[in-house]
Structures are given as structure tokens and as C-alpha cells.
Design a protein around this ligand. Structure first.
Ligand SMILES: NC(=O)c1ccc[n+]([C@@H]2O[C@H](COP(=O)([O-])OP(=O)(O)OC[C@H]3O[C@@H](n4cnc5c(N)ncnc54)[C@H](OP(=O)(O)O)[C@@H]3O)[C@@H](O)[C@H]2O)c1
Length: 274
């Protein structure tokens, strides 16, 4: 079994490790390198894993290294680690907005690197992660990476790095789109006369129920929508109002804004390495 090291033991690392242990990964094969003593003690106590405070010493023992630090310190962490990668572990970056070109510059051009883009529902093991690997990553390394991210929800590979920006626009930023919809449904529910708690619960359960139906029924979202839209009924009245205001265009513009922002962030990090 591969030895898996997390550099940085914060929110995202904790949630991935929690998912891994819940899905049968052996705690003996998971390690975290993290400067905060309190965080190290919490991780050891909660998950029974080993922790260290020295990134380089930890990296020497690892077959696969997940870089789970904030993007702004990634360059310093990666260039320091580059001095200890002679045994060629697979590297996985979960940092939003840092392109492969920057990671390759910092870690070495021959490094096997995966860019992973998880989202926040990973915290409740219902995440959605897009993965992209450079050609140096071997099939067996890809299989372990996929198993790690499948432990916190759904994981899929994309064919080009550009598609990672699209992943950011769909699933990376996506949870917030639905949080906004929940807020609006709750607010309008109250305006229509429902008590706050009931408006909130009905809105949340409706989004959850619709998502479960769409994922579990094997029926397309289009068919499900058509099935609940009787001619002349209430749902049709609401959907017609969406169409009149071009809801599709509203979403297209919003998701393109997310995509453009991701492209700018990648370009900024890319140029900062030159
Ligand atoms: N949170 C999300 O939903 C989410 C989603 C997708 C991607 N990501 C990406 O995941 C990464 C981590 O995010 P996060 O939310 O987990 O951040 P976080 O909670 O701040 O975790 C980062 C951890 O790294 C530690 N650290 C700082 N300097 C270090 C060093 N030199 N060596 C090793 N560890 C060091 C920090 O310790 P101290 O606190 O002691 O400084 C902290 O525990 C980011 O790159 C982010 O873009 C996050």
C-alpha cells in the first residue's frame, strides 16, 4: 500500500483524510506534515495517523504527496520540497488557480503532477472533484488519486488543463450558486407568508430532494422537469417566468465570469514563476 503524505493539515486535508479513513484506507499509510502543533495533535487523535513538522523529512517517506496549503505559500513549500523528490513520488495539488506550468517550475519539469479541484461539499463527503494529470503520472498513481478523491464524493478525470477552469465554473464555485438559490427561495417563501424556519426547511429539503432524484433516478434533468410540469399548472407558470427572464442566460454569464476569473488567476500564477 502506498504511503500518502498531506503537506498542510487544515480544513481540506482533514476532510479528505476523514473520507479516506471512512472508506477503508489504513491510517498507518497516511501522514501529515504541518507546522501547527495543535493541528497535529488533533489529526493524530481524530484519525490515528502519523504527523510531522518537517516537510522534507516527511516527503522522503512518501509515495504520493498531496499539497494542501494555501495558494499564496505554495511556491515556497513546493520549491523547498523539490530538493527531496529524487524517489519521484506523485504530487497532487488541490490549490485553486495554480497552473501545472507553475507547479512544474517549482517541483521540477519531470515531476508527476495531478491538479485536483475539489469543492466544499467534500466536508460532508458529497464533494465533486475534477482531476487532471500531466503525462508523467503513471496509471497506478492515477488509480490511487482517484480512490482518494472518490472517498470524499464524486471524482472524474478531464482531458485538458483548460477543462479544470470549466470544472471551477461548474462544481468548484457551484455549491454557492445553490446556496444563493436556497437563500432566495427561503426569503420569498417568507414573503409569501411562511414562518422563517418552515420556509428554510422546505427550501433546503427541496434542493436536496431534487438533487437526489436527478442523481438516483437515472432520468435526465430535462425529463424530470417535464414530468413535474403539467400544462396550465403552477410549475409551468413559474418556469415560464424563468424563461421570460432568460434564466439560462443569467447562469451562462455567471459561469463565464467564474471561468474568466479562473483563467486570470492561472495566468497571474503562471507569469509569477517566470
Ligand atoms: N477549503 C475548500 O473548500 C477548498 C476547496 C478546493 C480547494 N481548496 C484548496 O485547498 C488548499 C488548502 O485549503 P484549506 O481550506 O484546507 O486551508 P487551511 O485550512 O488554511 O489549511 C492549510 C494548512 O497548511 C498549513 N501550513 C502553513 N504553512 C505550511 C507549511 N510551510 N508546510 C506545511 N503546512 C503548512 C496551515 O497551518 P497554519 O494554520 O498553522 O498556518 C494549515 O493548517 C488551498 O490551496 C485551497 O485553494 C480548498
Amino acid at each position: 500500500m502506498s504511503s500518502i503524505l498531506f503537506i498542510g493539515g487544515g480544513n481540506m486535508a482533514s476532510c479528505i483524510i476523514g473520507g479516506m479513513i471512512a472508506n477503508g484506507f489504513n491510517a498507518d499509510n497516511i501522514m501529515v506534515s504541518e507546522p501547527g502543533e495543535e493541528s497535529r495533535q488533533r489529526l493524530e487523535k481524530t484519525y490515528g495517523i502519523k504527523t510531522m513538522a518537517d516537510n522534507q523529512a516527511a516527503a522522503r517517506q512518501a509515495d504520493l504527496i498531496v499539497l494542501a496549503v494555501k495558494p499564496q505559500i505554495m511556491r515556497a513549500v513546493a520549491t523547498d520540497l523539490a530538493l527531496t523528490l529524487d524517489h519521484r513520488p506523485a504530487m497532487v495539488s488541490i490549490a485553486a488557480g495554480i497552473p501545472l506550468s507553475a507547479l512544474e517550475n517549482w517541483l521540477g519539469n519531470s515531476a508527476a503532477i495531478v491538479r485536483a479541484m475539489p469543492n466544499t461539499p467534500a466536508m460532508v463527503l458529497s464533494g465533486a472533484t475534477g482531476l487532471f494529470a500531466n503525462p508523467q503520472v503513471k496509471a497506478e498513481q492515477k488509480a490511487i488519486v482517484e480512490k482518494i478523491f472518490s472517498a470524499i464524493g464524486y471524482a472524474c478525470w478531464v482531458d485538458t488543463e483548460t477543462q479544470i477552469d470549466a470544472v471551477i465554473a461548474v462544481s468548484g464555485s457551484g455549491p454557492a450558486y445553490f446556496f444563493r438559490i436556497m437563500e432566495i427561495m427561503q426569503k420569498v417563501g417568507q414573503e409569501l407568508g411562511l414562518p422563517e424556519q418552515i420556509a428554510r426547511d422546505l427550501s433546503l429539503k427541496t434542493v436536496l430532494g431534487a438533487a437526489r432524484m436527478a442523481t438516483e433516478s437515472g432520468t435526465s434533468a430535462t425529463q424530470l422537469r417535464e414530468q413535474v410540469t403539467s400544462p396550465g399548472g403552477t410549475t409551468q407558470a413559474a418556469l415560464q417566468s424563468f424563461e421570460q427572464q432568460n434564466l439560462e442566460d443569467v447562469f451562462r454569464k455567471a459561469m463565464n465570469s467564474a471561468l474568466e476569473r479562473a483563467e486570470v488567476m492561472s495566468a497571474d500564477f503562471g507569469s509569477a514563476t517566470k
